[in-house]
Design a protein around this ligand. Sequence first.
Ligand code: IPM
Ligand code: MG
Length: 357
Amino acid sequence: MTKKIAVLAGDGIGQEIMDQAIKVLKAMNLDLTFEEGLVGGVAYAATGHPLPEKTLKLAKESDAVLFGAVGDFKYDHLERSLRPEQAILGLRKALGLFVNLRPAICYPELTNASTLKPEVVSGLDLLIVRELTGDVYFGKPRGRRQCPDGPFEGALEGFDTMRYSVPEIERIAHVAFKAAMGRSKHLTSVDKANVLETSQVWRDVMTRISKEYPEVEFDQMYVDNAAMQLVRAPKKLDVLVTGNLFGDILSDEAAMLTGSIGMLASAALNDRKQGLYEPSHGSAPDIAGKNIANPIAQILSAAMMLRYSLDMPEKALQIENAVKKVLAQGYRTVDIWSEGCKKVSCSEMGDAVKAAL
Ligand code: IPM
Ligand code: MG
C-alpha cells in the first residue's frame, strides 16, 4: 500500500536539506507519496500561525512526517505561542509523539571533527531515549505572576511546572528497555531524584520496570553526573533514558561528541508507529540559501523513517550504507571538511549519496 509522507521543510536551511532527502528517497523507487506543508516561520509569514490547521491535518493523515527545521531570528520578538518553535511542540503534542530517539554516532572518518580526544569518542554509538510530551515543557500551570512569598514577595516571577505521571514514565521505560534489549543490554536512566519529587517518582517507576527486564544491566544517574560522564567516558554508556528537559540538554551534548551535529538524525514516535523525523540540528538561518549546509542528518532522518514508521529496514540500511560510503570516498560539506577531503555543496552531497545507493 502506498504510504503518505508529509514533507515539512520549514525555515532556514530546512528547504535545501529536505530537497536532498527527497532526492534520495525518490531515487529508491519506493511506494511513497509526498505532500508538502508549511511549518514554522514561513507558515507564520504566510498564514499568521506557525502550525496552520491545514499542516496539522496533513501530518495527522500521513504515515510519517519528514521535518526539516524551524526558527529564525526575525521571529524571536513574537509572543511565545506564535514562535516557529511552537510548531514542533504542537506537532509532538497533537500526534502524541512521546518517544524521541536520538542516536549519537561518531563515524570513524569524522573522529577528528570532535572537540574531544579521538580515543574518547572513536567508535561511539549512543542512543538517547528522550520522553517528549511531558515534563516542564508542557506542565501546567505556567506563566507569570506576583511572587507569593519570600524576600521577593510581590515581584514579578516566571514559573513552569515540572511533572510526570506514573503511566507516562511506564510507557517510555518500556520503550527504553526494549531498545536496550535490541542493543548491548545496558540502560542508564537519568534524573535528578536527589532534589526533585518528579524525578523520585521517575526513579521509582524505572526501578520497578527494570525487574521485568532482568537481562538488561540497569543503572541510574543524576543528570549533573550524566552530563559529566558524557564527556569523560561516553563509551561506557549505551542507551540513556530521560525526561523531556534533561533529554533536550543531554542530546545536544551527545551530538557534539560526534563532532558534527549536521550528521545526526532523530525520530519522534507515538504508539501507532506514526513518526516525525528530523535532523537534530536547527534551522541555521545564518547559512540558509547558500547551498553549503550538511544534508546528511536530514537524509539519515529519512532512513529512520523507513525503519520505524514504514517497515522498510533494509531500505533504511541502504541509505545508511550510502552515507558511510560517501564519507569513505572523502566527500565533506564544509562543517565536517578537513585537509585532503573533497569539499562539496549541500546539493552535491545529496547527489553523492544518491549515486552511492
Ligand atoms: C529539540 C529542540 C526543541 C526542543 C525546540 C526547538 C522547541 O531544541 O528538538 O531539541 O526544545 O525540544
Ligand atoms: Mg534541543
